[in-house]
Design a protein around this ligand. Sequence first.
Ligand code: KIV
Length: 271
Amino acid sequence: MSIHNEVKRVTSHTLQSMKAKGEKISMLTAYDFSMAQVLDDAGIDVLLVGDSASNVMAGHETTLPITLDQMIYHAQSVVRACARCLVLVDLPFGSYQGNSKEALNSAIRIMKESGAHGIKLEGGEEVVDSVKRIISAGVPVMGHLGLTPQSIYQFGTYAVRAKEEEEAEILLHNARLLQDAGCFALVLEKIPAALGKMVAEELKIPVIGIGAGMHVDGQVLVMHDMLGITKNFSPRFLRRYANLYDDIKAATEAYIKDVKSKDFPNEKEQY
Ligand code: KIV
């Protein structure tokens, strides 16, 4: 029996019952097989193949350039690694905004070609028809409100969203719409903690925060930020659990030194 048959898979229903029990949900992003395997072995509940791959994997300034084909490639690698966690995939910019049919086709490609367990998309009222259509095809959908990086050129800044009452009201309205449309969970990015609390208390579905405070039902971070691989990104909401940039640099410097000094390989490290 393979490990895949021995481990009980986290599903959207598991997340719902975690919210009911007050058990916090842990979520990280992942983009490749090796890292996803470590995170899954560590017991992460949800891995998101985020379109932040555009930033941390491809080096783009925004999430806009990444394509559906590229997202599917990353998703395939992550799905192959995961025995336990729920794997979700971002619909990338330009793959769903046209109309609900385009959104459904993109979601179906992700599900069919990667084997992921659901998708995430950004936006409120304007994506409700697409959310309903995707869910009607049996695909679980996670919403995403607050700072939505695919709209960065509209916002003009990565500053905290919904600080003013009018925008907070709109966010709450959109959160209700997404829940009513059938989303199984919602991500809230970079909003005041008090608003995160209000949304999490009002909604029945799990609310996962990234910079949305301590009262939401779970937390998500970009893996490269949390592991300290990205160096020049230090928003207040980020807690670094490692300094892999420094560790990897030091290891690489040591390797270079050993090669140059002819210390590596030694007698035992050759055939
Ligand atoms: O793409 C991503 O990494 C995300 C998270 C920030 C939630 O959407």
